[in-house]
Design a protein around this ligand. Structure first.
Ligand code: HEM
Length: 387
């Protein structure tokens, strides 16, 4: 990489000989660069496994006008005003789960199998409009098999993980296509509400010539993508909040107090042209790997970054711009932010108001690539009150 300016500031840039020449960038300036570059400068690129399993038309693969159009459809469903109608259902799923799997037990695992996961149940209901039952169980099983190969080496031979995952993708796709047919009928013949689920919402968007704006292939690929994007993210976040709260009684007490008060109220990129970045020249075609979490570990921005201290976010104005990037930023900022926030708040609310807990001996975790507790995070429960 040619150097054109001030080397000191950009000492965080590394070039590594991976499969493709890749530049690793991180920090406040890198975040700003990624969030403000338009689609003529950087294009989003996923690995081949992710691309084939999630489908070529999934939003991560789209850019320019296509990205805007599909994103607009997703946002029209995921915006807070339309999510309000799902809070009650989410609350029901979480309560049902805790009553069934936690109440009366001394020890439980925080991370549960997908068919028991209340967030997956809820996502299937809101995104696909699939109620509990045999169809939902089949969906969860195929979905799980599909995502297991997402990060696998793309060798498509019988019995490889990738091949199993591709076959599961075909089954999920067929199920989504059946649902699209049913939802279209419901819309046309029964006057169903356009926001009853994500599929119906995407089907019902038309332009001024009354043509459907989102194609069937785009609907299939993007409901699958949203299911994946909203699955491990929220469940890993909740699992780690529980892991951290177990060892922080003061923070647990503060969260509980806040929740009791609520109760009492009614309420991977690619350079498309030569880019000059931070005094260096990144040639066209090189890969730019944006290492987003590293900014959060920079002690000059977040003192004692490893310490669990939610109070550091109380004064939002104290966080410099482009530094808190958990939901990304710019035109690709996470559209599921409110969805994840509601899911997390509802779950933590019921957990802290009904239980206290202690970690059991093995609370280690490994990366897959998400951090996943090795033994499912077993905890000892101390009940406070029944539901
Ligand atoms: C704790 C939970 C979550 C976290 C930390 C998270 C984080 C992120 C981040 C960092 C991005 C930007 C990726 C990039 O710039 O390349 C993103 C994109 C996205 N997220 Fe989330 N997410 C979460 C939950 C969700 C949920 C619940 C949904 C859907 C219901 C969702 C749907 C999406 C979609 C569709 C995109 C792609 C947006 C685009 O390319 O325009 N996410 N998410």
């Amino acid at each position: 990489m040619a150097r054109t300016k001030d080397q000191e500031v950009w000492s965080n840039i590394k070039v590594k000989p991976l499969w493709k020449i890749t530049v690793f960038i991180y920090g406040q300036a890198a975040n700003k660069f990624v969030f403000t570059s338009d689609s003529t400068t950087l294009s989003n690129q996923q690995t081949q496994s992710v691309r084939t399993i999630l489908g070529e038309q999934n939003i991560l693969e789209l850019s320019g006008e296509d990205h805007k159009r599909v994103r607009g459809a997703l946002v029209s469903f995921l915006k807070p005003e339309s999510l309000k109608q799902y809070v009650g259902k989410m609350d029901e799923e979480v309560k049902k789960h805790l009553e069934l799997h936690w109440q009366g037990k001394q020890q439980v695992k925080v991370r549960v199998a997908p068919h028991e996961d209340p967030h997956i149940q809820h996502n299937l209901l809101t995104l696909f409009g699939v109620e509990r039952g045999a169809r939902k169980d089949k969906f969860v099983a195929c979905f799980q098999e599909m995502i297991e190969g997402m990060w696998s080496i793309p060798i498509n031979l019988p019995f490889t993980r990738y091949n199993r995952s591709l076959r599961a993708r075909t089954r999920v796709q067929n199920m989504v296509k059946d649902l699209i047919r049913e939802k279209r009928l419901e819309l046309e013949q029964k006057g169903a509400s356009t926001h009853q689920d994500l599929i119906t919402c995407m089907l019902s968007i038309h332009n001024e010539n009354n043509e459907q704006v989102i194609t069937e292939k785009e609907i299939v690929d993007n409901v699958i993508l949203v299911m994946v994007a909203g699955h491990d993210t929220s469940s890993v976040l909740i699992t780690f909040i529980m892991r951290l709260l177990a060892n922080e009684p003061t923070i647990y007490a503060a969260v509980l107090q806040e929740q009791e008060e609520i109760k009492s109220k009614p309420s991977g990129e690619k350079a498309l042209k030569d880019i000059e970045y931070g005094g260096y020249l990144i040639p066209k075609g090189w890969h730019v790997f944006w290492v987003s979490p590293m900014t959060h570990m920079d002690s000059s921005i977040f003192p004692e970054p490893s310490k669990f201290d939610p109070s550091r976010f109380e004064n939002q104005a104290s966080v410099p711009p482009y530094c808190f990037v958990a939901s990304g930023g710019g035109p690709r900022i996470c559209p599921g932010y409110e969805f994840a926030r509601i899911e997390t708040l509802v779950t933590i609310h019921h957990q802290v108001t009904h239980f206290t807990w202690k970690l059991c001996a093995d609370h280690s975790f490994s990366r897959d690539p998400m951090p996943i507790p090795t033994q499912g995070l077993p905890i000892q429960l101390v009940p406070k009150k029944t539901f």
